[in-house]
Design a protein around this ligand. Structure first.
Ligand code: ADE
Length: 428
């Protein structure tokens, strides 16, 4: 069992060496974040971009996050970390961060909801200048429970679609009190992390939990945003017959032209073998769909919160429940059908697997690191409260660094081409 160490951070010393080994493995596949860390390590204290900054982070506690934390520390910041989901914490990483990398980490896989919020409060005790969030739980806790801390905050960064949606709602209600940078919306984030990261890691989570053969299965993807597109394409790549359910007509049309069958979930419910929700919305898979499911249907969620599958409705229709494999709960319905829910309806890619691969988190977290440095250069009060995009120069810098690390070279426009694009004179 773990113990409480310095500053109350969670410690589990026996796990530390394994955590270090895995963090270093990920570092090798994160050349951009690792490169930024090395540059910042070499800089004199006075030239470190985060010197004197205190950063409170609420992110999934994974090997990839650990490498972001190392970069921030190298940049001169004092950092504390809490989990952004009670089931995504890798305990060996939490131990290594606390013990070796100087980042008190308040997280434990399987923590209760009370512990989860207590840990966020412990991170906020740092009295941060910058906040990092994945899902906006830290920023909402800060606004609701610790408003006196807001005065010294330069700004924050939000990692995920759901968090950005929450922040925009907070801003629209006139209640967001400091500037937030929507890292999710950077091209070098969502076009890669949401699509290829969620695509691969969701399949990874489903397979680790079930060892199910996807070839020939009917695989229903609910939601065709960047994450849904990724999950659908990877499931098809494994030979599944993919059905897409989507409420946005443009996205639904795109799914049709991408070659998928598109239909309402009401129809897909009775033909699917596996269902993955990736919408960010409430009770997408609801009682009426549960009533239609086939015996043995598998339900998984890859959206940020565990609200997409109506588990209360499922429990209400069930006569019994049991754990049939790690991360698989089987609900038996009165008519004998068995419905299998993966990872309690929480993010299946992080709860049943290790989250997105390091090589894709490299770009997301390079954005986070460079956004922190950019925020640290702003003067307090320079930016009004609101949700801001990642500056384009940071987005392009991340892409340039990633291409360089991959050994890929690209062309540049010649001066006359630049000039042509700027002029309207030349026509037919
Ligand atoms: N979100 C999705 N995958 C992740 C990972 N590997 N680390 C941190 N956050 C993530």
């Amino acid at each position: 069992m773990g113990s409480i160490g310095d500053q109350g951070a969670y410690r589990q010393a026996g796990l530390t060496p394994r955590g270090v080994q895995r963090i270093e493995w990920a570092a090798e596949q994160m050349p951009v974040v690792t490169g930024i860390r090395r540059e910042w390590e070499k800089a004199e204290a006075s030239a470190k971009p985060l010197q004197g900054m205190r950063i409170a982070a609420c992110l999934h506690v994974t090997t990839e996050t650990a490498n972001l934390m190392r970069a921030l520390v190298a940049g001169g910041a004092q950092v504390r970390l809490a989990a952004s989901n009670p089931l995504s914490t890798q305990d060996d990483v939490a131990a290594a961060l606390s013990e070796i990398y100087g980042v008190p980490t308040y997280a434990m896989r399987g923590e209760s909801s009370e512990e989860y919020y207590e840990h966020i409060q412990q991170v906020l005790d740092l009295e941060p200048h910058i906040t990092l969030d994945d899902g906006a739980d830290l920023v909402t806790t800060l606004h609701e429970k610790r408003p006196t801390l807001i005065e010294r905050i330069r700004g924050g960064a939000e990692e995920t679609t759901t968090g950005v949606v929450r922040l925009r709602a907070l801003a629209a209600a006139g209640r967001l009190r400091y500037p937030m940078i929507a890292v999710n919306d950077a091209d070098t984030k969502h076009l890669f992390d949401n699509r290829y990261g969620t695509g691969q890691s969701t399949i990874d989570g489903i397979l680790r939990a079930t060892n199910y053969l996807l070839a020939g299965s009917t695989f229903v993807v609910i939601g065709y945003g960047w994450c849904g597109r990724g999950v659908a394409s990877r499931a098809r790549g494994m030979g599944a017959n993919v059905v897409v359910c989507e409420v946005n007509p443009v996205r639904a049309l795109e799914a049709v032209m991408d070659g998928y069958r598109v239909m309402p979930l009401r129809e897909a419910a009775s033909i699917g073998d596996l269902f993955v929700t990736v919408t960010g919305d409430l009770h997408v898979l609801d009682a009426e769909h549960i009533a239609q499911l086939k015996d043995g249907a598998i339900l998984a969620n890859a959206g940020h919160f565990n609200v997409e599958i109506n588990l209360e409705a499922l429990a209400a229709q069930a006569v019994s429940q049991r754990e049939v494999r790690e991360n698989v709960r089987e609900y038996r319905l009165a008519d004998g059908r068995r419905i299998r829910v993966l990872a309690e309806g929480r993010l299946v890619n992080l709860a049943a697997a290790e989250g997105h691969p390091a090589a894709v988190m490299d770009m997301s977290f390079a954005n986070q690191a460079l956004v922190c440095a950019w925020l640290a250069r702003t003067t307090p009060g320079q930016l009004q409260p609101g949700v801001y995009p990642v500056p384009e120069e940071i987005d392009h810098e991340v892409a340039r660094r990633k291409l360089a690390a991959m050994g890929v070279h690209i062309d540049e426009l010649r001066p006359e081409q630049v000039q042509y694009l700027r002029s309207f004179a030349q026509g037919t």
